[in-house]
Design a protein around this ligand. Structure first.
Ligand code: LCS
Length: 393
């Protein structure tokens, strides 16, 4: 079925549609490194692009193509480029859009390694960067240089849940001829569609919501234009950060239930955020669905729901937070997010530990900040677990 004009949920089930000669309801796994040609001429035509037959799995594979088409359709983009991890997707974008002498502006709270790789490896190739609080538009405008080429935004940001105004970023990008790249990992296309808001490129750690079952690591880049797709796709192919067919098959399977997983986890997250906000031992809670979130109105305008990620700080700062993390019984003390299980972690010593204290604080990552990724378990059990853990402080 052509799903171009279908609704989001129908796309989740049927987009990228692939039907084998046996009428298999689910795409078989093409666990092969290479594909044989019908003739020497056919092989040459596949290489020249006259035929769209498959050649070699690093360059393309039916399972990977199905997933790429699906995520691109969900994001309303031209095409998808699947990668072996979310960090591979980040690097494909950096490598494709930035050259020696270029400058990139980004938000000061992004996933730790997205910043540390830009500041530790890319200067070697003459690429410069500035990290500012992009939730304040003026900071972004002030950071623009004649050499700025890319505006790289993550919203909601990991782990501070700060929200950046994507329409405003798109306007700035257009005025200054910058490419606007948005890491949409925290929302998935179910809750936010950056390309519709004016971004040029969207990327994902599909390890999170898109796969949703904490059993693979993968990434995806989706471009709005054919030109950007043609720029970035060969970088993935030639670096060799392709997905594996089985990984792609698992991700396509997990993606089918994206909306019902997020609906359930989000319903739980709203209740957990309210519970935490009213708890006497909690100092502050950051969740886009709470009126206390500084960008509560903006979140409502650009997101279809508040999501499932909550940050908070307990009384006693770091020591209090550690007590809670050590005391939970059902939530897993683990990094990653966007899966069906509730996870709790400590960004300052875990996901963002490679940023020094100064950079952590400048990005709002306090020592006592604890991050929750809410799962789809029974809400009473999630709250009872947090309740007994908080009782230990
Ligand atoms: N972008 C964001 C917003 C992320 O949260 C992550 C991973 C990545 C990119 C990189 O994706 P990966 O290579 O891991 O698939 N975030 C993690 C986190 O918060 N905890 O563990 C991993």
């Amino acid at each position: 079925m052509d799903t171009k004009n279908a609704g989001f949920n129908s796309k989740l089930i049927h987009a990228g549609g692939f039907h084998d000669v046996n009428g298999s309801a689910v795409t078989p796994i093409y666990q092969t490194s290479t594909f044989s040609f019908q003739s020497a001429d056919h092989g040459a035509a596949c290489f020249s692009g006259e035929s769209d037959g498959y050649i070699y799995t690093r360059l393309g594979n039916p399972n990977i193509a199905e997933l790429e088409k699906t995520v691109a359709e969900l994001e309303n983009g031209f095409g998808g480029i699947a990668t072996s991890s979310g960090m591979a997707a980040v690097n494909v974008v950096y490598l494709g859009l930035l050259a020696s002498g270029d400058h990139m502006i980004s938000h000061n709270a992004v996933y730790g390694p997205s910043r540390t790789i830009m500041e530790s490896l890319y200067p070697k190739f003459g690429v410069e960067s500035s990290y500012v609080d992009a939730t304040n538009i003026e900071n972004v405008i002030r950071a623009i240089r004649p050499t700025t080429k890319v505006l790289y935004i993550e919203t909601p940001a990991n782990p501070t849940i700060g929200i950046t105004d994507l329409r405003a970023m798109a306007k700035i990008a257009k005025e200054h001829k910058l490419k606007l790249v948005v890491d949409n990992t925290f929302c998935s296309p179910y809750l936010q569609k950056p390309l519709d808001l004016g971004a040029d490129i969207v990327l994902h750690s599909m390890t999170k919501f898109i796969n949703g079952h904490a059993d693979i690591v993968a990434g995806m880049v989706v471009t709005k234009t054919e030109a950007d797709y043609n720029l970035l796709k060969p970088i993935m192919m030639n670096i060799g950060c392709n997905m594996d067919p089985h990984q792609a098959w698992l991700t396509r399977r997990g993606l089918k239930t994206l909306s019902i997983r997020i609906d359930r986890a989000q319903e739980n997250a709203i209740k957990v955020a309210n519970y935490l906000e009213n708890h006497p031992k909690i100092q502050w809670v950051r969740f886009p669905g709470l009126k206390s979130h500084p960008q509560y109105e903006l979140a409502k305008q650009q997101m279809a729901g508040p999501g499932t990620m909550i940050s908070f700080e307990v009384a006693g700062g770091l020591e209090g937070g550690k007590k809670v993390m050590n005391a939970v019984k059902m939530a897993l003390l683990a990094v990653s997010l966007g899966g069906i299980e509730t996870l709790i972690q400590h960004p300052a010593s875990m996901t963002h530990s490679k940023l020094n204290d100064e950079k952590q604080l400048e990005g709002g990552i306090t020592k006592g900040l604890v991050r929750l990724s809410i799962g789809i378990e029974d809400i009473d059990d999630i709250i009872a677990d947090l309740d007994q853990a908080l009782a230990q402080i």
